[in-house]
Design a protein around this ligand. Structure first.
Ligand SMILES: NC(=O)c1ccc[n+]([C@@H]2O[C@H](COP(=O)([O-])OP(=O)(O)OC[C@H]3O[C@@H](n4cnc5c(N)ncnc54)[C@H](O)[C@@H]3O)[C@@H](O)[C@H]2O)c1
Ligand SMILES: [Zn+2]
Length: 340
């Protein structure tokens, strides 16, 4: 078992990573929740695989559940309204506990319901996809997509606790697993060179690796809970990744893999980092069958300017200073246009 605590100004919470924790939920949940009612939100795929097990391990609570269709298409305002309606029909009360059982979609959606219904309900995350376990389940960003814009409506809402069972990764299909690896490689690249090196050997993704990956995220979230500074380093590979994700039909972690390569090329042109970084990251990306299609970063700078320019007219790029360490590099519109 590995344990990690996220310490924020007015709220701290623990993350427990343990194989088969799904069979032992009551023990942990009782540490933070003393009432009876629990409402689980999950998707169709995860419900088939794990809902029964979870219900069995919560037998001393009064537990109900809401199941939504799987996938990103569910992260919208209609599904949000349906969930709230179903919860109210099931007589949810102020102070009752929500549980997010599923991947990042369920985590973002449940967190947003928890942030808004009754102006706030406590919730616990039980992430089941690799991406959710090593990334999206911590940090407190919740939300839904709206009018073709990802995560455009949302709130910061921290969970009461996060419970991770690495064994659930085994039922992910290969593409979903590799998609999560895209973000895991990113965590190694920006914050832990030892972790990055391990990935060359295709290790089993176990309690330790998830712990190390979450630790990279935890450290920046603690310093910058509301994403105004250091937390931006988590966006390594995302500046171009988002542009690629919008234009082509890649999954998020796949687009991030391509975006990391583009960011390294751009940094090299600005004399930041070393040329070898490209080959090192490329090697790992290929091990996990992530796309390594070469896109010229210059072809995407206009999209990035349109998407990311802030009020002062600058764009923050995240570059690798070393393998295992990232920097924020601000550029003005004129400097960017000179590169194009
Ligand atoms: N809040 C954040 O900080 C943050 C960070 C990164 C990504 N995200 C969000 O996360 C979402 C992507 O997360 P995701 O990749 O987990 O997507 P997802 O929730 O759609 O899960 C991917 C697929 O895997 C299935 N699945 C989940 N667990 C499974 C298991 N154990 N076995 C078999 N199938 C399983 C799901 O049903 C789904 O079909 C995006 O909406 C993204 O915006 C949020
Ligand atoms: Zn991401």
């Amino acid at each position: 078992m590995r344990e990690l605590s996220v310490n924020l100004k007015d709220h701290s919470y623990n993350i427990y990573i343990e194989n088969e924790i799904l069979s032992n939920l009551e023990f942990y949940i009782k540490k933070v929740y003393t009432k009876k009612n629990i409402f689980i939100i999950t998707d169709e795929n995860v419900a088939l695989l794990y809902l029964e097990k979870v219900l069995n391990s919560l037998s001393s609570f009064n537990t109900q559940f809401v199941v939504i269709p799987a996938g990103e298409d569910s992260k919208n305002i209609n599904v949000y309204a349906n969930i709230c309606e179903e919860l109210l029909n099931k007589d949810i009360r102020r102070g009752d506990l929500l549980i997010a059982l599923g991947g990042g979609v369920i985590g973002d959606m449940t967190g947003f319901v928890a942030a808004t219904l009754y102006r706030g309900l406590p919730y616990i995350g039980i992430p089941t996809s690799l991406l959710a376990q090593m990334d999206s389940s911590i940090g407190g960003k919740t939300g839904i997509d709206f009018h073709d814009r990802k995560n455009i409506i949302g709130a910061f809402k921290q969970p009461l606790m996060v419970l991770i069972d690495p064994n659930t990764i085994e039922t992910l299909n290969e593409r979903e697993f590799n998609n999560g690896m895209g973000e895991l490689i990113k965590h190694g690249a920006i914050g832990n060179y030892e972790l990055l090196k391990k990935l060359y050997d295709k290790p089993k993704i176990d309690e330790d690796i998830i712990y190390e990956s979450l630790t990279v995220k935890k450290k920046v979230v603690e310093v910058d809970e509301f994403d105004t500074g250091l937390r931006m380093t988590l966006n390594f590979g995302h500046t171009f990744g988002h542009a690629i994700e919008l234009k082509y039909h890649y999954k998020h972690g796949e687009a991030v893999a391509i975006g990391m390569l583009m960011a390294i090329k751009m940094a090299n042109d600005l004399n930041i980092g070393k040329k070898e970084f490209y080959d090192e990251i490329l090697k790992i990306i290929k091990i996990y069958n992530l796309p390594s299609t070469e896109f010229n970063y210059k072809d995407f700078l206009n999209d990035v300017l349109y998407d990311k320019k802030n009020i002062s007219g600058t764009v923050s790029f995240i570059f690798l200073e070393e393998l295992g360490s990232a920097i924020i590099y601000k550029m003005t519109e004129e400097e960017i246009k000179r590169l194009i």
